[in-house]
Design a protein around this ligand. Structure first.
Ligand code: SAH
Length: 401
């Protein structure tokens, strides 16, 4: 018998775990032995009692997030081993110890066999974001393991879980430093490099963990094509795409976001990279309104990187409609010979559904449009092959004749 509370699955519901899918849905549960509370590690067994996996329990539609398929209990060095494996993978993809890029995602949830956990690295600061109660309750083990993996390379661990850990009304979480070295001064640590471009990242007040690291490679592509172009960067946040476009020799970049603080940070980032005010303008506005009011043909490069339009499956039809409208408007406004970089970060919208909504957008406008690239999330946002749901960022690079 296992020492942990145990969940027995309904007959025939063990198949997905045998294929290493890391979630147990509440509908698959037959009965429970013991009375686990949210965040406890529970064992999962088939209806015949065969051990399948163990993971964090939560009274939710996903009721167990699997941590190990090997043993009913987590081994002593579990956290260190998982974080070290994640670190080794980043090292292999040349993100660790890279002088030009000092920020990357160290842990990407299921993609790193740690469902419910995100850890982003900004220079010497690790920003931990827990999306499950179990991860939230493991923050001190996670902090210890981070210190073990990075040694003197780590200056601080910041917890940014208040908006993501699911505590409902009894929110126990408030953001703050879980650990920092004696002489840590956050203000002097907040500048990061991405492919040599400088960005000020505010993990305390910014969105998500402070920066959208998942667009690193797509920003490079924008840089590659930007020379001499008039660029419109919609949903620009702190200006990732704008800085790369200017570095690539764009004639002018207009950037639009509805968040005033994002816009002021963008202005700071443009300046930090040595680009003058003449070549860049930033607007705090609704992106769709701004686009609709702009004259036809003003821009010959457009970036559309909206927030997730569909946060769950029920919102899918409306989300597809919203992607279609936004893209139709961009395609109709684009000058001839334009590039459009268009994205969706909604997990429930897959590549095909997104491509279909962009296709109907083009058809509704009636212009000649070519797909010149299919865009994705980068190596530090890996997709666990057994968990295709982890593929959330998709995009298309279009050429409008
Ligand atoms: N492209 C950005 C990340 C975009 S995240 C980067 O590379 O860093 C989505 C952004 O859309 C957020 O900054 C959010 O403030 C902004 N946003 C959300 N709704 C908006 C709207 N209706 N109009 C303009 N911006 C909006």
């Amino acid at each position: 018998m296992s020492v942990h509370p145990t969940i027995y699955l309904k007959k025939g519901r063990e198949d997905s775990l045998k294929r290493f899918h890391p979630w147990v849905f509440s509908g698959a549960v037959e009965r429970m032995e013991g009375s686990p509370v949210a965040g406890d590690v529970v064992s999962v067994r088939s209806s015949s009692g065969e051990f399948l996996a163990c993971g964090h329990y939560q009274k939710d539609s996903i009721c167990v997030r699997i941590l190990s398929f090997d043993s009913p209990e987590l081994p002593k060095n579990f956290w260190y081993e998982r974080l070290q494996a994640a670190y080794d993978a980043r090292k292999a993809s040349r993100l660790v110890g890279n002088r030009d890029t000092t920020c990357y995602r160290l842990v990407c949830g299921e993609g790193d066999d740690l469902p419910g956990l995100i850890i982003d690295i900004y220079g010497g600061t690790a920003v931990v974001q827990c999306h499950s109660v179990g991860m939230f309750r493991s923050r001190s083990e996670i902090t210890d393991a981070l210190r073990q993996v990075y040694g003197i390379g780590l200056d601080a661990v910041y917890d940014k879980s208040s908006g993501t850990a699911p505590f409902g009304r009894n929110n126990e979480s408030s953001d703050g430093y879980l650990w920092r070295s004696a002489n840590y001064d956050p203000s002097s640590y907040k500048e990061c490099l991405e492919y040599g471009h400088r960005f000020f990242v505010d993990w305390e007040k910014g969105q998500k963990t402070g920066f959208f690291l998942d667009q690193r490679e797509n920003r490079r592509l924008v840089e590659k094509y930007a020379s001499g172009r008039n660029v419109l960067n919609l949903f620009c946040y702190t200006g990732g795409f704008s800085v790369y476009a200017l570095a690539g020799g764009a004639k002018h970049v207009d950037s639009v976001d509805s968040s005033r603080s994002a816009i002021s940070m963008l202005e700071r980032n443009i300046e930090l990279n040595g680009f003058g005010k003449g070549s860049s303008e930033a607007f705090c506005a609704d992106a769709a309104d701004f686009l609709n009011c702009s004259p036809d043909g003003r821009y010959d490069m457009l970036v559309l990187d909206p927030p997730a339009f569909a946060k769950h499956r029920a919102a899918l039809p409306n989300a597809l409609k919203a992607y279609r409208h936004l893209n139709a408007s961009a395609i109709s406004k684009a000058a001839s010979g334009s590039f459009i970089f268009t994205f969706s970060c909604s997990q429930v919208v897959d590549h095909d559904a997104f491509a279909l909504s962009v296709f109907s957008a083009a058809a509704s406008v009636g212009r000649r449009v070519k797909i010149v690239d299919r865009l994705n999330q980068p190596a530090d946002h890996p997709v666990n092959i057994y968990h295709p749901e982890g593929e959330y960022l998709k995009g298309l690079a279009l050429y409008v004749e």
